[in-house]
Design a protein around this ligand. Structure first.
Ligand SMILES: Cc1cc2nc3c(=O)[nH]c(=O)nc-3n(C[C@H](O)[C@H](O)[C@H](O)COP(=O)(O)OP(=O)(O)OC[C@H]3O[C@@H](n4cnc5c(N)ncnc54)[C@H](O)[C@@H]3O)c2cc1C
Length: 440
């Protein structure tokens, strides 16, 4: 076993360790790293990937609207700039008594061992490792569906999609490419619109036989409407827009089994499908269930109190999708990027407060609204907050600007204002210099 952080073996001077550099974890590592840069306290971020892609953009990676190789952020570079250390690895276990986390042996793509199992001591531990797709044990789903959980799975989907389009272009007698998306949440809805955009763009790159009517995207949802977590008005407008594009929306339909060629529904129907995507629910990673005796819920989330500290160990926090946090009104904080962002800020403030002997500030989730992006066709949503005095429905250009601003906020935390503006400029230039679609 290798001691990953070999500058320190005792947990008194051990670093603050953050597991997961996503929407919440990377923001927290950056803030803590900058704060502690000139102090004795070290901060270590662990992630299973070398680069960071903001998860709400994964459907764009899948459709090819975004190139993860260009837009991915190198953890090592961010760490170096902001005063924290990065460890590449996958956390697999925890010992709370010795305050040690364990990272799995690091194996490369050719199945060669790169690093043995490692251990890392911590003074404070923050879980920020997000969620994975929940297929609720549906027969054949894990084997035959794509889960948009990681940049790698999104890239795999993209390659599969390009191959299917290649077959369509080559064989004009083959009428349609059928794609089924299980789940009408934001992921399913946004992906379906992106797929029509991909088809449109590919036509301009020489796929002359490709027409939108040769693509059939179906969204299959067990509930009575699209976007169950969002206001009905957004769902209705979204449905109209998607149907205009050609998406078939099948509601009140429960998928019971998935095979390589399609899906079976509870009412006995078979829906033919060349590519099936499961986007119907989330759960925290399995290894969290009962990890080191910590309290977890049915979907493996760590139960935290109002200070985002786990109920049985006050040196361990959890933020983002892997945390189960109940607000004073009894509502549960939803698994969203804005929750992860707010939780990261709260834990940062509280770690500083604890150090200065000040009172901790309880976390209160503030819902600023929800937006759904239907590629370049439309953006629909609602804004909440003091300024809007309740919920305000928005769509079109304004909605698009607000939608993008959530990502800009994330970039600003990581890069600062000036560099974010530069990135925006480079993106604009790239739009002129590079293809509008990732073609490989
Ligand atoms: C396609 C899609 C679209 C979405 N759109 C929106 C949207 O429009 N608005 C919105 O608010 N939310 C959206 N969400 C939800 C949002 O992405 C999540 O709620 C948010 O990313 C959660 O942040 P997090 O920090 O908890 O986890 P993540 O951002 O998922 O980050 C978790 C990190 O932990 C790492 N990790 C996981 N396990 C381990 C391990 N064992 N060891 C080491 N590292 C590990 C991962 O590599 C990852 O980097 C969307 C999600 C998807 C999939």
């Amino acid at each position: 076993m290798i001691v990953a952080d070999n500058t320190n073996n005792d947990h008194i001077n051990a670093p603050i360790v953050i597991i997961g550099g996503g929407a919440g974890g990377l923001e927290l590592a950056t803030k803590l790293g900058r704060y502690y840069k000139k102090r004795q306290q070290r901060v270590v971020l662990v992630d299973q990937n070398r680069t960071h892609i903001w998860k709400p953009l994964l459907h764009e990676v899948a459709a090819g609207a975004l190139d993860s190789e260009i837009d991915g952020v190198d953890y090592l570079a961010i760490a170096h700039k902001n005063g924290f250390t990065f460890q590449l690895g996958t956390m697999i276990d925890l010992n709370r008594e010795s305050k040690t986390v364990y990272l799995a042996p690091l194996i490369d793509d050719a199945q060669q061992l790169v690093l043995e199992k490692r251990e890392l001591n911590y003074s404070k531990l923050i879980f920020a490792l997000g969620s994975i797709t929940n297929d609720f044990g549906t027969e054949g789903a894990a084997q035959n569906c794509i889960f948009l959980d990681s940049p790698k799975s999104a890239q795999n989907f993209h390659t599969l999609l390009l191959n299917e389009f290649l077959k369509l272009q080559d064989d004009t007698s083959k009428d349609t490419l059928e794609i089924s998306i299980v789940g009408a949440g934001a992921t399913g809805v946004e992906l379906s619109a992106e797929l029509y955009k991909t088809t449109e763009l590919l036509k301009t790159y020489g796929y002359t036989h490709l027409h939108n009517n040769r693509l059939k995207v179906r969204i299959i949802e067990s509930g009575p409407r699209l976007l169950p977590a969002l206001p009905e008005r957004i769902a209705n407008s979204t449905q109209i827009e998607l149907e205009k594009l050609g998406v078939e929306i099948i509601l009140n339909t429960f998928v019971t089994k998935v095979e390589a060629t399609g899906l079976y529904t509870k009412d006995g129907n078979f829906i033919k499908s060349n590519i099936s995507v499961w986007a119907a629910g989330i759960k925290a990673p399995e290894f969290l269930q009962g990890l080191a005796g910590l309290e977890t819920n049915k979907i493996n989330q760590l139960i935290v109190n109002q200070d985002l500290i786990t109920t049985l160990d006050d040196s361990i926090y959890a933020i983002g999708d892997c945390a189960h946090c109940i607000m004073p009104d009894g509502s549960k904080v939803p698994p969203r990027a804005q929750s992860a962002h707010q939780m990261a800020s709260n834990v940062f403030t509280n770690i500083k407060s604890a150090e200065q002997g000040k009172e901790l500030k309880p976390y209160l989730y503030v819902d600023y609204g929800s937006l759904v992006s239907l590629s370049t066709y439309s953006t629909i949503g609602s804004l909440m907050g003091n300024m809007t005095k309740g919920s305000m429905f928005i769509e079109g250009r304004l909605a698009r600007i607000v939608y993008i601003s959530l990502y800009r906020m994330h970039q600003m935390v990581i890069f600062g204002k000036a560099k974010t503006l530069l990135i925006m400029l480079v993106n604009k230039l790239n739009k002129r210099l590079r293809p509008n679609l990732k073609l490989h």
